[in-house]
Design a protein around this ligand. Structure first.
Ligand SMILES: [Zn+2]
Length: 153
């Protein structure tokens, strides 16, 4: 089964304010041409995932950091602890795909858990490009709509 196949859409929407999208693009682009990764902190409702904060984490994959990531478990625990102290939680995991589309790879599928948004940012030498979110449903990823709150004029 191809991990790239995604014909359905997720029942959830990921809300990511424009200011956080820009912050994410900066984090992702700062690691180019290597993969960057990190966490999304916020509130997860039944259908609406609210992102309050984006957090960078260390990529511990030193063998293939150009196309693999291993999010530092210590960063995960520290972020989880800080989020809970504020009544928030980790709602997703983000990582970049240098010079590749913002679609999950087979490796991404193998290491994914249900219940999280997997946000992927495509990075290029010219800057961050597409940003798409995915959720694991059973044994495959389905795409999740990324919504952005209206910004003040
Ligand atoms: Zn990936």
């Amino acid at each position: 089964m191809s991990p790239l196949r995604a014909v359905e859409t997720a029942s959830t929407q990921l809300w990511l304010p424009a200011v956080l999208q820009h912050e994410l693009s900066r984090f992702a682009q700062a690691s180019y041409p290597l993969e960057a990764c990190g966490l999304l902190v916020g509130r997860a409702g039944d259908t609406k995932i609210d992102t309050v904060r984006v957090v960078p984490a260390r990529n511990l994959n030193l063998e293939r950091p150009e196309d693999r990531y291993l999010l530092d478990p210590q960063d995960f625990l520290a972020t989880d602890r800080a989020a809970r102290a504020e009544g928030l939680e980790i709602v997703g995991i983000w990582h970049s795909h240098p010079d590749h589309p913002a679609r999950p790879s087979g490796t991404d599928l193998e290491s994914a858990w249900e219940g999280y948004s997997y946000l992927i940012i495509s990075t290029t030498a010219d800057g961050a490009a597409a940003l798409r979110s995915w959720r694991l449903v059973g044994d495959r990823f389905v795409e999740e709509a990324v919504e952005q709150e209206d910004t003040e004029p």
